[in-house]
Write a protein that binds this ligand. Sequence first.
Ligand SMILES: Nc1ncnc2c1ncn2[C@@H]1O[C@H](COP(=O)(O)OP(=O)(O)O)[C@@H](O)[C@H]1O
Ligand SMILES: [Mg+2]
Length: 265
Amino acid sequence: MNLPEALPPEAATSAEAALEELRRQIAVLIEAVAARDTFIAVAAHELRNPMTPIIGQIDLLLANLQAGRYSSAQLEHRVRRIRGAMDHFIKRAGTLLDVSRITSGRFQLVLAPCDLSDLLRETVENFADTARFSGCSVEIEVPENLYGTWDRLALEQILDNLISNAIKYAPSRPVTVSAEALGSLVRFSVRDCGPGISTGDRARIFERFERAVGTSERHSGFGVGLWVVGQIVAAMEGTIVVDDAEGGGSVFTVTLPRYLEAKLP
Ligand SMILES: Nc1ncnc2c1ncn2[C@@H]1O[C@H](COP(=O)(O)OP(=O)(O)O)[C@@H](O)[C@H]1O
Ligand SMILES: [Mg+2]
């Protein structure tokens, strides 16, 4: 914008500076609104999409029930699968809640004694159907027990994100989940044999709404999973890094204090 020539030079300079600041703030706001719009669009897609297979499974169940084709064992198996799909759906919706809790500073850890090895085995078990569907086998290498004090749901959230990413971005290949104790720390990792992540993308994928892949049906996602993971890991005073896995693929490694309450005020 051209300023009136009559303005004294110092006033003109400060008016220009104010205008520049205003332009900068508008650019930030435009970006924030665009990010929010994308988020809403992807969220709507993500929440509607998993409903299609659930409805499909219910229809199949009804048709087979009406035809009297199910034994009680088959019926139980079907209902359990639908139950599993619903749990998965609720978790995806939970990610949205986490995003809003973290953004507004209302995310709080609930610490309790917990066995990480147990939790890892359970989580891998919960992924059995999804992994089979993608042609992945999920191996687990953990000690018998790995006790510590953590937020169980937060740990589940971390693992769900890392394992579902491995299955999503490295289909038809093996995934390995491992864990070990390191003195006062614990370390666990999720390794896949997929395309890997370029060095240039490694920091960016932990940012909100950042994705290293193009948007496609199979790779649909919020682009917030790793951001949520990074925030939760930081809240637990830990670190997360991504490296090349030996022989190709990515390995995400999380290191956490074992007994967090000892460090809290
Ligand atoms: N195991 C993986 N292998 C390859 N790329 C990955 C892997 N995990 C994450 N990424 C990349 O990091 C991006 C961010 O991941 P994430 O935050 O979970 O979002 P989303 O999965 O919704 O895209 C992904 O879009 C993908 O490009
Ligand atoms: Mg993801």
